[in-house]
Design a protein around this ligand. Structure first.
Ligand code: GLU
Length: 446
């Protein structure tokens, strides 16, 4: 079987962790099976879709390293959707309805009051020619509904197992609005047939849609994809993310210094039976992908966990991977500074602070009671610094002043770096060089 999947975002916003997770499931599955990954831009809503969002989505996917093999826009395919609609009309499966939104709302309310499910009454199916003519004379335009079979649609979902949707319990879906525009339901099926999509992988908010869409697939062709509906994401408090998705966009995370592979590492594993780990590339995530590992419970997305994975990834990165970005940030120091400092950062941007600390002129922090001690250290600095200099210096200071432990080391760290934490001082001393170190120990700018 040829594996063909599609990720189908609407360009009405940037990608956020929710839809990136769906994209990732498609990507990992298709990579594992050497299939074709299609990016479908669901821009049938011409008013809300923008080119800027479409470009942004492509930029986000590229940033994440999820490249697609093919892409197309729904907005260029209205002829195909109209053709499909005509076929459904001819087959008596797409019928005109004239109710206004208010009328439908009233009907639903009435049904609820009567403790009945708010299902559309199919009045459109039994309109007489006179009634239709009267509506048209009023200036009403019809919207179009798909006639569900009223039977039970079943499929074996790759995540949820055996599924059945009783179509008598849902309203006939509107496929075309009164202004002639298409809702998502029909174009999606037409495209999935045309692109020979083998697996529809999407969030579980589409499960009921699938019931109706499977009937539309059957009405239009012999092609029927497999389905995989993944549980939705929730925050660590267990609450839905919908209100926070803006701040969980790729654009925002990138601006916060989150590495793309941190996003992928976390989103690929939460809600699965595998542990979350910092994966430097997609390789292991692809190899380990299996629908069978995805649980039924919502997947918990925790920003603190993301930050932790981000830091872990940075701590392991080679200089070559960050060289250009450090250059763009104006961080000097080359490989030596990177190798020394990388385990002290949580975000790449943190390197700027460490670089300034070493290279920009700065006076160290020296408490009054440590002034004499630091001056002694300045005097004891060896003429030539090498790997052993720190040991030699602190050894000599210990003998001379009787200080040890924190009382010995912390004043030196503070004087030399202005911070009470950081990397191996032996290496810091080497990077600083004798002149700078001496000045800072004397409380001068160096
Ligand atoms: N544009 C739809 C959405 O973002 C696509 C759903 C699907 O994958 O079929 O919800």
């Amino acid at each position: 079987m040829t594996i063909r999947v599609r990720f189908a975002p609407s360009p009405t916003g940037r990608l956020h962790v929710g839809n990136v997770r769906t994209a990732l499931m498609n990507y990992l599955f298709v990579q594992k099976n050497a299939g074709t990954f299609i990016l479908r831009i669901d821009d049938t809503d011409l008013e809300r879709s923008t080119q800027a969002y479409e470009d942004g989505i492509k930029e986000d996917l590229a940033w994440l390293g999820m490249t697609h093999h093919e892409t197309f826009n729904q907005s260029r395919r209205f002829d195909m959707y109209n053709e499909a609609a005509n076929k459904l009309r001819t087959d008596g499966l797409l019928y005109a309805c004239y109710e206004t939104a208010e009328e439908l709302d009233r009907q639903r309310k009435l049904l609820r009051v009567q403790s009945q499910p708010p299902i559309y009454n199919r009045a459109g199916l039994s309109l007489t020619e006179e009634q239709i003519a009267a509506y048209e004379a009023e200036g009403r335009k019809p919207h179009w509904r798909f006639k569900l079979s009223g039977g039970v649609v079943t499929w074996t979902d790759m995540v949820r197992g055996k599924q059945s949707i009783d179509t008598s319990s849902i309203s006939d879906p509107v496929l075309i609005r009164a202004d002639g525009s298409f809702l998502y339901t029909l174009p999606s099926v037409v495209d999935d047939i045309d692109a020979r999509i083998s697996h529809v992988i999407r969030g579980e908010d589409h499960v009921t849609n699938s019931g109706a869409q499977i009937e539309i697939f059957r009405a239009l062709s012999d092609h029927l994809p497999e389905f995989a509906h993944t549980p939705l994401l929730v925050g660590k408090d267990g609450k839905g993310l919908s209100k926070r998705l803006g701040s969980l966009s790729m654009q925002e995370l990138k601006a916060q210094g989150i590495e793309p592979q941190a996003v992928a590492s976390l989103l690929a594993k939460i809600g699965t039976s595998d542990p979350v780990a910092a994966e430097p590339d997609m390789g292991k995530l692809i190899g380990g992908f299996d629908f069978g590992k995805i649980g039924r419970a919502p997947a918990r997305f925790d920003e603190d966990e993301l930050a932790l994975i981000n830091a872990r990834l940075l701590h392991e990165m080679d200089y070559a991977q960050v060289k250009d970005r450090l250059g763009a940030m104006g961080v000097g120091g080359g490989e030596a500074l990177w190798t020394l400092m990388r385990t002290n950062i949580e975000k790449l941007e943190d390197m700027a602070g460490w670089s300034t600390m070493i290279y920009a002129p700065m006076a160290g922090q020296i408490a009054d009671e440590d002034k004499e001690f630091c001056a002694a250290a300045a005097k004891l600095l060896p003429d030539e610094l090498n790997e052993e200099s720190w040991q030699t210096l602190t050894g000599a200071l210990k003998t001379e002043t009787g200080r040890k432990g924190r009382g010995l080391f912390m004043p030196l760290r503070l004087a030399l770096t202005g911070r009470n934490y950081g990397p191996d001082m032996g290496k810091v001393l080497l990077l600083l060089g004798r002149e700078k170190a001496k000045k800072r120990l004397l409380g001068e700018k160096g």
